[in-house]
Design a protein around this ligand. Structure first.
Ligand code: ADP
Ligand code: CDP
Length: 217
């Protein structure tokens, strides 16, 4: 079973995807880390983020061990990720890894939850359940700002808001795999609900799908 969780930055999709995976004992993949990893690798090599060939080379040489690097959580990595993520060759290089993860989840798990921007539209258009998590950009910027301060990283709300608006715009308008809501996705707006309420809303279609699959068998 594959659960696709998409949505913009700081909408809460990672928190929900992790909780759904843990509740069902499924494998979890944060696909943003793939693009963050490529962005950081390009910067580490001293290449320009506008150099498509350099980004594609970094994507083809991608080492999944890099996904544990704490530098991937920086705002510099967020912005670098959304630049390299617009390059078709970078996305093509990441496709197989994600599909393999979903079809044969590590640890022999019976299913996988993946979060990102194009999981329900491009990576797994046939996903069993598709969730699109959203929230107002002001709420999302506030969450990210608090997260940065909580980690001891200096942060200015107005700047986080501006960078998030720029990133949303880039992610929505790119020609390859833009962030869009799949026609069969369940949309959850977390602007005014807490994590627990969002989790209940997210689990409803998942549990319904599981019970329908059991009835068919
Ligand atoms: N429903 C919610 N209400 C309030 N805060 C939330 C909610 N969901 C997530 N958060 C918080 O917002 C921040 C971003 O959440 P995260 O799941 O990392 O978002 P994303 O994966 O979409 O970038 C985290 O600090 C998280 O604890
Ligand atoms: N499936 C995905 C996941 C992330 N991304 C890109 O990677 C960037 C970082 O994604 P992320 O999910 O780690 O970012 P946050 O939502 O956690 O801020 C996004 O802004 C997208 O440009 C993507 O294009 N496709």
């Amino acid at each position: 079973m594959i659960v696709a969780v998409d949505g913009p930055a700081a909408s809460g999709k990672g928190t929900l995807a992790r909780r759904i995976a843990s509740a069902l004992d499924f494998a979890y993949l944060d696909t943003g880390l793939l693009y963050r990893g490529v962005g950081v690798a390009v910067l580490d090599r001293g290449d320009s983020l506008d150099d498509a060939e350099a980004a594609i080379r970094a994507a083809q040489a991608f080492d999944p061990a890099l996904m544990n690097d704490p530098r991937l959580r920086s705002e510099e990595a967020s912005s670098a990720a959304s630049k390299v993520a617009a390059i078709p060759g970078v996305r093509a290089a990441m496709l197989e890894f994600q599909r393999r993860f979903g079809h044969t989840p590590p640890g022999g798990k019976k299913g996988a939850v993946l979060d990102g921007r194009d999981i329900g539209t491009v990576i797994f258009p046939e996903a069993d359940v598709k969730l699109f998590i959203t929230a107002s950009v002001e709420v999302r910027a506030e969450r990210r700002h608090k997260e940065l301060l909580g980690r001891g990283t200096p942060s200015i709300y107005a700047r986080v808001l501006r960078e998030m608006q720029e990133r949303d715009q880039r992610d929505r308008s790119r020609s390859v795999a833009p962030m869009t809501i799949a026609s069969d996705a369940v949309v959850i707006d977390t602007s005014a609900i807490d994590v627990e309420a969002a989790f209940q809303k997210a689990m409803a279609p998942v549990l319904e799908k599981i019970s329908r699959q059991h009835r068919v068998r």
